[in-house]
Design a protein around this ligand. Structure first.
Ligand SMILES: *[C@@H]1O[C@H](CO)[C@@H](O)[C@H](O)[C@H]1NC(C)=O
Ligand SMILES: *[C@@H]1O[C@H](CO)[C@@H](O)[C@H](O)[C@H]1NC(C)=O
Ligand SMILES: *[C@@H]1O[C@H](CO)[C@@H](O)[C@H](O)[C@H]1NC(C)=O
Ligand SMILES: *[C@@H]1O[C@H](CO)[C@@H](O)[C@H](O)[C@H]1NC(C)=O
Length: 293
């Protein structure tokens, strides 16, 4: 995301340098539920300004907008037309939308398992809000959640409770509510409820060289430090070498002796939910140096 923003800023700076006469000025952060004003400017005096957002056209050189939280990124364009000459210029920018509302499991960081109870909590990080949210509702895969047996709405609908969660409950959940202080309805970030086995793999070279630092990363389909934590095991023996370090899902190693095989095992687990998955990678320390290294 940051890379994209930097690239865009550079692109915008570049088009400005090349003489694009239209510029969009925008606030640093745009947050769902909060009104934001964008300004389009150009050197043209009697020009007609218009904005484009998700296929809609809005007239005016300023545009005030309150994102509802359904999108985390939108493309916003501005077009400037000179009515006398018919000449027009346009520019666009990608707007990243922050969302303070999310769906979380309760207690936090629990990984759901089939046939166990589950609470999904509609969390509003804007808390400290004196007025309670109202009209809280839940959706699954874009449709309003229908409560089946053994499902309840608790705490003014802020909690969606399952006595026993079933494979058919898997889906993408959102909550949405009316926030009186902001006078608007806001959708939360989505939460993917799934029971698929976790995917774990280890990225990095199959062959490494003595006295050369190599890096390996444990990739997991479960959200690291939210749904699962990661640890490493060295079942065939601890890696020997000049340097070795492990930091969560990242492992760095500078072997010293050629002609060895080393096994790395990465285990992703959530002990409370009784779920785990692992991957093992076998790495060869070769004595033949690659040309140029
Ligand atoms: C869940 O419960 C059902 C019915 O009691 C049972 O058939 C099923 O094997 C259970 N599944 C798991 C993953 O425990
Ligand atoms: C909770 O949900 C029910 C039905 O979905 C609705 O009638 C009720 O007004 C909601 N309550 C609040 C506090 O949002
Ligand atoms: C799991 O890994 C396989 C092979 O690497 C990949 O094709 C698949 O898309 C992954 N699934 C998920 C849910 O990440
Ligand atoms: C590494 O693992 C492979 C199979 O995964 C096994 O055949 C081999 O003996 C192991 N090597 C060491 C050094 O533990």
């Amino acid at each position: 995301m940051k890379g994209v923003t930097v690239t865009l800023t550079l692109l915008m700076a570049l088009t400005a340098a090349l003489g694009n006469p239209v510029q969009i000025s925008r606030p640093g952060t745009v947050t769902a539920g909060y009104s934001t004003t964008f300004t389009c400017s150009s050197s043209c005096f009697h020009c007609i300004y218009s904005w484009s957002l998700s296929g809609q056209r809005i007239k005016g050189s300023t545009f005030t907008w309150t994102p509802d939280g359904l999108d985390d990124e939108v493309k916003l364009g501005c077009t400037v037309i000179n009515p006398e000459t018919g000449a027009f210029h346009s520019t666009s920018t990608t707007v990243e939308i922050k969302n303070r509302m999310s769906v979380q499991t309760s207690p936090p960081n629990t990984a759901p398992s089939v046939n166990q109870s589950l609470n999904l909590l509609c969390h509003d990080a804007t808390s400290g809000d004196p007025k309670a949210p109202s009209d809280v509702a839940w959706s699954k895969d874009g449709q309003r959640v229908t409560l089946r047996d053994n499902m309840q709405l608790l705490q003014d609908n802020l909690t969606l409770h399952f006595d026993s969660v079933l494979p058919s409950d898997a889906g993408f959940y959102h909550c949405h509510m009316y926030l009186p202080t902001l006078k608007t309805r806001v959708f939360s970030l989505g939460y993917l409820l799934n029971f698929d086995p976790w995917n774990v793999s280890i990225s990095g070279p199959d062959t490494v060289f003595p006295d050369t630092l190599s890096q390996f990363t444990c990739l997991t389909s479960c959200a690291l430090n939210v749904e699962c934590t990661v640890r490493w095991e060295f079942r065939g023996g601890f890696p020997l070498g000049n340097f070795f370090s492990v930091n969560e899902n990242s492992l760095k190693w500078t072997p010293s002796k050629p002609g060895l095989f080393q096994n790395f095992t990465c285990i992703a687990e959530n002990a409370a939910a009784g779920r785990s998955a692992e991957a093992t990678k076998m790495v060869e320390v070769t004595g033949i140096l690659a040309s140029g290294s």
